[in-house]
Design a protein. Structure first.
Length: 70
């Protein structure tokens, strides 16, 4: 499963991650950048370290799990 991870810095300079399942691909950098700016401007998410104050990075992460029979 793929996820879009939006990483921000909060007031305590700690990383806060917002994950979105099944992102649209290919990712549109302009739209992601604008969405992250809007999240910061609207102050719509709270973290234990305070408000989100800066963008750190955005990335698409894919996780593959292979079960091992016992």
């Amino acid at each position: 499963m793929k996820k879009l991870e939006l990483k921000f810095l909060n007031e305590e300079d700690k990383v806060v991650t917002i994950s979105i399942d099944q992102p649209i691909e290919p990712a549109d950098e302009t739209e992601i950048n604008a969405a992250m700016d809007a999240i910061i401007a609207e102050n719509c998410f709270y973290s234990s370290g305070g408000d989100l104050v800066a963008k750190k990075e955005a990335r698409i992460v894919e996780r593959n799990v292979t079960s091992i029979e016992l």
